[in-house]
Each structure stands twice: as structure tokens, then as C-alpha cells.
Design a protein around this ligand. Structure first.
Ligand code: GFB
Length: 315
């Protein structure tokens, strides 16, 4: 990729998009085109086409999405399927129409069947029933994968799709109802420590296992794939190991320095028991994650402390 190539990062202010902007700038890229969701609603087909006609980007990274944790997915199914379907269809179609050189679409490991064998290999896609709490988001993300494959098959588009595991890091959403588990744990333990609360309540049973990839590793993998991968098959992005929610809570509690007790609201859903991805395809291409979980949590907590005024999701 030429350093002066025009790169459109859709979702440039989100958790992943902002990390990708940092990584591309660090690599010397200097020609970006970005739009906030207020400036360009990616659900509006005409607006997306007009944007592509005007800007004609060389590369597109589709990091814009309607995202959220297990409760948000369960409570807002129509928004999760409609918004994500419309954004993907509009951006991918316009990328073909305006001859984008390469496009990277980002999905999620929730696309895999709830009870698929672990670790999850890319070829397990569509081999079984989805996890009920996020099947709407998953179907939308699977559609994004199929859009990339179809435009490659029919038009020869160099559109690739990557499936990251659960992500965390600076720029995350800390809203306690809509966020993912790791930022929720940071906020809950921090608030309980600051206000001397004796207990912190977490959701579910604490027994599910989750894999966590720092968003800076995700951004590095995204640039790696843009430069070195050009095929129809999806590529998992992960660290290759997972941790129980209970053990993760213990880790975050220790990093934050909270001394109280943890209890579980089993009225809240656990979601899929496990979703550890097989990262051998990406590793064989020459990339592997570098940021250890405890280091990543410590770095994220320091960022959380230093950015209280601009945190997303703090009421
Ligand atoms: O991160 P999370 O919301 O989403 O939940 P998923 C992970 C696990 O943490 C679940 C538990 O078992 C939750 O019950 N958990 C415990 C909590 N306490 C909390 C809490 O305070 N907040 C949250 N959010 N969880 C998402 C999908 O699934 O994974 C999305 O719904 C997306 O579509 C994302 O794919 C990556 O990992 O279960």
C-alpha cells in the first residue's frame, strides 16, 4: 500500500477504528478520509454513494458497526441486524462501484455456531445454530462475509473479511448496560473502589470462557492483512487462549485495587459457553498477538483514569 494512498476508515472514532487510525499514522500513511456518523449515515444508500463518488478512496476499512455487549444484543435485535446489514451492503457495494483497490470488512467471532468445537476454525462457519443472545448481529456479520465473497467471485473485487475475538482497550464503551464485559469490569470495580462499595455485582455465573485481544493488536493485524492477505476465506484474529469471566474479574479487581466482594446476578445471561478462535491461519501468514492480557488491562485502566472527561458511555 502506498503511503499516500487515500484510505477511508469507516468508524474511525470507535474502539477499533481509532486504533486502526493510530496504527496507520504510525506506519506513515498520511492520506485519510473520514466521516462521523453525524456527517454520513452509512445506513443511507444514496448518501454513501455520493460520498464514494466525491472521495473515491483507494482503500476502505469497514470498522463502523452497531456493536454492544450481550445485553445490548439481546435487547435491541432489530437495530443490530438492520443497522449492520445496511452499513455493510452500502459500503461494500459502493466500494465495488467506485473501484476501491482493497477493502477490509470486520466481523466478530460470535458468527460461529454456539456449540461448535473449540478452538473455532474458520470452516466451522454456518455449521450449526447460533448463540440466541447475538444471532441478529451474527447474521448481519455473516452477510458481510458473504457480500465480500460474492463481489470477489462475480467482479473480482479484492475484498477481505476478518473475524476478531472479543476486543478491549482505549476508546472502549463504558456504559454499564451496553458495553462488553471487560470495560464493564473496569468501571464497576473502579466505581466501587472510589465509593467504598462492599460488593460488585457481575452478570451470569462467571463460568463462561472468553478470549480477549487488545485493540492495538487488532489494528496491527488489520494492517498486516491489508498488506499480505487477498483471498475469499475469512481470517480469525485472536490470541489463542481464553479465561473464565470469574478469573477475568479477579484480574481486573486486582489491577484496579478493589478489595470488596464479587457476587453474580444469575438472572442475566451467560451467552455462549466459550468462543476461543483457532488462530493458526493468521499465525501461518506471519502474524501473532503481542499484548499480554494483564498488561493490556493495566494500560486500559490507566487510559480510563486519564480520560474520564471523554469516556463513551459514562452518564
Ligand atoms: O462481553 P459480553 O457482554 O459479550 O459478555 P459476549 C461476556 C460474558 O461476561 C457474558 C459476562 O457471560 C456476560 O454474562 N458478564 C459478567 C458481563 N458481568 C458482565 C457485565 O457487567 N457486563 C457485560 N457486558 N458482561 C458479545 C456479543 O458476546 O461478544 C457481541 O453479544 C459481540 O455481538 C461481542 O460479538 C464480541 O462475549 O457474551
Amino acid at each position: 500500500m502506498e503511503t499516500d494512498a487515500k484510505i477511508y476508515v469507516a468508524g474511525h472514532r470507535g474502539l477499533v477504528g481509532s486504533a486502526i487510525m493510530r496504527r496507520l499514522e504510525a506506519a506513515g500513511f498520511n492520506n485519510f478520509v473520514v466521516r462521523t456518523s453525524g456527517e454520513l449515515d452509512l445506513r443511507e444508500q444514496a448518501a454513501v454513494r455520493a460520498f464514494f463518488a466525491e472521495e473515491k478512496p483507494d482503500y476502505v476499512i469497514l470498522a463502523a458497526a452497531k456493536v454492544g455487549g450481550i445485553l445490548a444484543n439481546d435487547n435491541y435485535p432489530a437495530e443490530f441486524i438492520y443497522d449492520n446489514l445496511m452499513m455493510e451492503a452500502n459500503v461494500i457495494h459502493a466500494a465495488w462501484q467506485y473501484k476501491v483497490k482493497k477493502l477490509l470488512a470486520l466481523g466478530s467471532t460470535c458468527i460461529y455456531p454456539r456449540m461448535a468445537p473449540q478452538p473455532l476454525r474458520e470452516d466451522y462457519l454456518l455449521t450449526g445454530a447460533l448463540e440466541p443472545t447475538n444471532e441478529w448481529y451474527a447474521v448481519a456479520k455473516i452477510a458481510g462475509i458473504k457480500l465480500c465473497e460474492a463481489y470477489r467471485k462475480q467482479y473480482g473485487c479484492r475484498f477481505i473479511a476478518a473475524m476478531p475475538t472479543n476486543l478491549y482497550g482505549p476508546g472502549d464503551n463504558f456504559d454499564l448496560e451496553k458495553s462488553h464485559v471487560l470495560p464493564a469490569l473496569i468501571r464497576k470495580f473502579h466505581d466501587a473502589k472510589s465509593s467504598h462499595q462492599p460488593t460488585v455485582t457481575l452478570w451470569g455465573t462467571g463460568t463462561p470462557l472468553r478470549e480477549f485481544l487488545h485493540v492495538d493488536d487488532m489494528a496491527d493485524a488489520s494492517l498486516f492483512l491489508l498488506e499480505h492477505y487477498d483471498d475469499a476465506g475469512i481470517v480469525n484474529i485472536g490470541v489463542g487462549e481464553d479465561i473464565s469471566i470469574a478469573d477475568l474479574a479477579g484480574l481486573v479487581k486486582d489491577v484496579v485495587g478493589y478489595k470488596g466482594k464479587i457476587e453474580y446476578d444469575t438472572g442475566k445471561p451467560d451467552g455462549t459457553p466459550r468462543k476461543l478462535v483457532d488462530v493458526s491461519r493468521l499465525n501461518s501468514l506471519g502474524w501473532s498477538a503481542k499484548i499480554a492480557l494483564r498488561d493490556g488491562i493495566e494500560q486500559t485502566y490507566q487510559w480510563f483514569l486519564g480520560n474520564q472527561s471523554q469516556l463513551r458511555g459514562l452518564a
